[in-house]
Ligand binder design. Structure first.
Ligand SMILES: Cc1cc2nc3c(=O)[nH]c(=O)nc-3n(C[C@H](O)[C@H](O)[C@H](O)COP(=O)(O)OP(=O)(O)OC[C@H]3O[C@@H](n4cnc5c(N)ncnc54)[C@H](O)[C@@H]3O)c2cc1C
Length: 371
């Protein structure tokens, strides 16, 4: 029976980064991913620059790609009143279609094995994982759960957060626009949600928003929702009236949950959104997914020497909380502020008058460059 050192369930940013990091240290790694690459995903596609040094160390140089280098933020309230400020650290705009594919190619060239299949169950017995997919059973000493915000596996594992329904849905598409500036990420408020806009490596603009399902359902379709709700913000009206959708249709995800999760579940080590999702307005979920992969890879490398599973699980849970818990709390606070029109206006005024305040706010939901 073949036993891998590590099986990674879910090949998004957290899973692929863990696979690359561990393969560089000689681990035999298998990634099980349900979808083939490349693929579009619902995401704002603005990545904080804090990940650049770590990615470079793994052999991925984002500066050599066509990613849009972003150093400014435009923020508008529901009436379209906006402020434009310089971002302290900045980020880059790259589609998930390209970014996940870049990491996949890197992992493959490092010798990581891939199975394109859906994991249906995970069992832990006699210090080994048995991972069941639609087609077969696979075995490993360690298992990483990096299957994203919400998966049927969460139900199987009876995770607490899955018991609760959530009202949030995310919608996204790429648009062609001659006017949209390079080097800028925009966050526009509308009734019940917010919409992010930024350029990707192809020059297309990623248009992505998060909103409540109930208000969305009333409008019956994305087109109606865009026309009747988003376009009440003149900034969004101007964007939608002067650009052209490139996708055949918008893609959507529902039941986006921001509930607390656990970093270890039935001995499986959780990374990325499987361990906790920050509110998208912070633009830090992808950096957190990549950073959690680094923290986890370090603990797994230490485990190879001490071989104490309890110690591995305790250390990882602790470092995860120390690194991310405060960001999640502030993210949730900022989201509540942004959805209250009066507070948004006060916040925008304060931020436009004091770049220091913006820097402080960003510091609460972002990390330092990951070295
Ligand atoms: C509307 C919205 C906008 C966002 N905007 C931004 C932004 O601008 N900037 C930012 O930094 N973050 C943003 N985020 C957050 C960001 O998208 C996530 O934090 C990031 O994708 C997490 O990566 P991950 O690897 O944990 O999960 P994912 O990228 O979701 O990867 C999980 C993978 O697991 C696979 N999978 C799931 N179940 C199974 C299974 N049973 N078997 C096999 N494979 C499985 C999936 O196919 C998927 O490929 C946004 C989120 C939302 C909802």
């Amino acid at each position: 029976m073949k036993i891998y050192d590590v099986i990674i369930i879910g090949g998004g940013l957290a899973g692929l980064t863990s696979a690359i990091d561990l393969s560089l240290s000689g681990f035999e790694v298998l990634v099980i991913e349900k979808d083939e690459y490349p693929k579009h995903k619902v995401c704002g596609e603005y990545v904080s620059n804090e990940v650049l040094p770590y990615l470079k160390r793994l052999g991925i140089d984002i500066e050599k790609t066509n990613a849009d280098q972003i150093d400014r933020l435009t923020l508008s309230n529901r009436n379209g009143k906006s402020v434009n400020v310089k971002l302290p650290l900045g980020g880059f705009g790259m589609s998930r279609y390209a970014l996940d594919y870049l990491l996949y190619e890197k992992a493959k060239s490092n010798g990581v094995k891939f199975q394109f299949d859906t994991v249906t169950d995970v069992e832990f017995e006699n210090e080994k994982f048995c991972i069941k997919t639609n087609r077969k059973e696979l075995y490993s000493e360690l298992a990483i759960g990096s299957f994203g915000k919400r998966s049927t596996l969460d139900k199987k594992l009876e995770r607490d957060f899955i018991q609760y329904k959530t009202p949030w849905i995310g919608i996204k598409a790429h648009y062609r626009s001659d006017d949209f500036p390079s080097g800028e990420v925009q966050l526009h408020n509308f009734e019940g949600g917010y919409c992010g806009l930024s350029k990707t490596e192809t020059g297309a603009v990623n248009f992505c928003y998060l909103t409540h399902y109930d208000s969305f359902k009333k409008e019956g379709s994305v087109e109606n929702f865009n026309t009747h709700i988003l376009k009440k913000n003149p900034e969004l009206k101007s964007f939608l009236d002067n650009s052209e959708i490139i996708f055949d249709k918008h893609i959507a995800i529902s039941q986006v949950s921001f509930q607390n999760k656990s970093a270890v579940e039935n001995h499986m080590l959780m990374a990325g959104d499987s361990a906790g999702l920050i509110h998208p307005l912070c633009g830090n979920g992808m950096a957190m997914a990549i950073h959690s992969a680094k923290l986890l890879s370090e603990e797994i490398k230490a485990f190879r020497k001490h071989k104490n599973r309890n110690q591995l699980e305790e250390n990882y849970s602790k470092i995860w909380k120390q690194t991310f818990r405060k960001r999640l709390t502030f993210g949730s606070l900022f989201q509540r502020l942004l959805l209250q029109p009066k507070l948004t206006n006060i916040g925008m005024l304060a931020v436009s008058k004091s770049p220091y305040l913006l820097k402080k706010m960003i510091q609460q939901t972002h990390g330092k460059p990951i070295s």
